[in-house]
Each structure stands twice: as structure tokens, then as C-alpha cells.
Design a protein around this ligand. Sequence first.
Ligand code: OAD
Length: 242
Amino acid sequence: MKIPKTAPLIVLTGAGISAGSGLATFRGSGGLWAGYDINEVATPEGFQRDPELVHDFYNMRRHESAAALPNAAHRALAALEDAWEGPFLLVTQNVDDLHEKAGSRRLIHMHGRLNSVLCTACGKRSEWHEDTGSQIPCPHCGQPALRPDIVWFGEMPYHMEEIGAALENAGLFLSIGTSGTVYPAAGFVAYAKEQGAETVEINLENTHNPLFDRHVSGDAAATLPAFVESLLRSRSGNGSSI
Ligand code: OAD
């Protein structure tokens, strides 16, 4: 396939890109949802029932994320952003900060971030790198009403308008390390394809989703650097062959 070097490029990432950095994915054996009940730790109702359990779950995730380092796949995406001549947007479902640590800048965390808290009393966000708990006061209003700034099941992901506008113009859509089971992110490939984008999936396993024009199978940390290199290689010509 030939991608013009100035084509708008949208990248969607999921937990699989951080697997190579030692962070657990959600689904499958050994995934987070095998050990925890989604309804208990990832819904507004679960938080209402037992806030400390939910704070503790995300405190653990924050500790693991703080100790993790970006891998070659995160770094390849930061290099791609630097080299790409057209519009570029990286949308991640991940709540870790490994894309930032690798140097990505045009980045949307559609499911929130571990390093942010949201006050349910005043609605303000605060950058946060410590443990959270139900007795900790909000730095803005002083109320002990902080929650993890994570989008839970039943809540609307962040920045959907900006993401929708980017997908409308996408020339190339890359989906990396996501099972494609959680909407609305799972619907991005159909939308991008409808708008005429070329679509590529990079995943440990071939999902055989027919909406992707191409599947690159294997560990993203091993396959993505070579994929990015081949995408950029022919940029001196009329387009990039991938
Ligand atoms: P999943 O755990 O559902 O899927 C991870 C995907 O990554 C699977 O398709 C794996 O095959 C793939 N994978 C695993 N290791 C990989 C590797 N080394 N290289 C490449 N691919 C690899 O995670 P997500 O799709 O990110 O939402 O899950 C989506 C959302 O569901 C998450 O953001 C989270 C979760 O519930 C919320 O918590 C709101």
C-alpha cells in the first residue's frame, strides 16, 4: 500500500504495547480482569460501594507504572511522530505514562491517567503521583472527595470530539496492542476505514478482523520498530510503502 508522506496518521494503542514493559494487560489468563472483578474496581457503582478497594487497585497500578520504562514500541512511536510530515495523533487507552516517558507529544489519554485525580466535589483535576484514598483532601477545594481520573465502564471517554475529527481525515490508521473489545475505541477502525483510511493492526496475535488491510503479528516491541522504519523509508519518494 502507498501512503502519501503528508497523510494524516492516527495511532490507537492498548495494553499490549506496555506488556513488553512488564505491565499486565486486561484480558486473557494472567490479565488484570482475571484477578479482579471489573464491576468492583472499574465502575462508578463499585467506587461508591467500596472506595478504598478502588483507590488501592489504582494505587498498585500507579506504583507499577512509575517503576516501568518505555520499550522499543513506545520509542518507535515517538520517533514516528518526530519524522512524520503530516498531521499525527496518538490516542491511547492506556492509563500508564509510558508514551510520555518515550517522548510522545501529540497524545490523548482517552481512558484517563493514573497520574491525575479528579475531585467529585469541585470537578477539578490535579496532577498526582502519590497514593490516593477517600480521606485525602482535594488541593483545590479541600474536600476529601478525590477519585482516580480513570474512565470507568459506563462513563464517556475523554476528548471524543477531537478524536472523531482526526479519524474523519485519517489517511492511515494503526491499531497497536488492543483486543478491540471496548467501545468506542473498538469502533475507530470501522470509522477510519469508512473515511478511506488504510488500516493496519499490530498485535501479538492475528485477530483476523477484516476491517484491517494488514496484520502484523508478534510482540510490538519487536515488530513496531521495523514497521515504522519501513513506513518512513520511502518518504523521499511520492509515498510510503508498508
Ligand atoms: P486487552 O487486555 O483487552 O488486550 C490487549 C491486547 O494486546 C490483546 O489483543 C493482546 O493480544 C495484545 N498483546 C499482548 N501482548 C502484546 C505484545 N507484547 N505486543 C503486541 N500486542 C500484545 O487491553 P486493551 O485492548 O487495551 O479500560 O483493553 C481496552 C480497555 O479495556 C482498557 O483501556 C481498559 C480495559 O478494561 C478501562 O479500564 C476503562
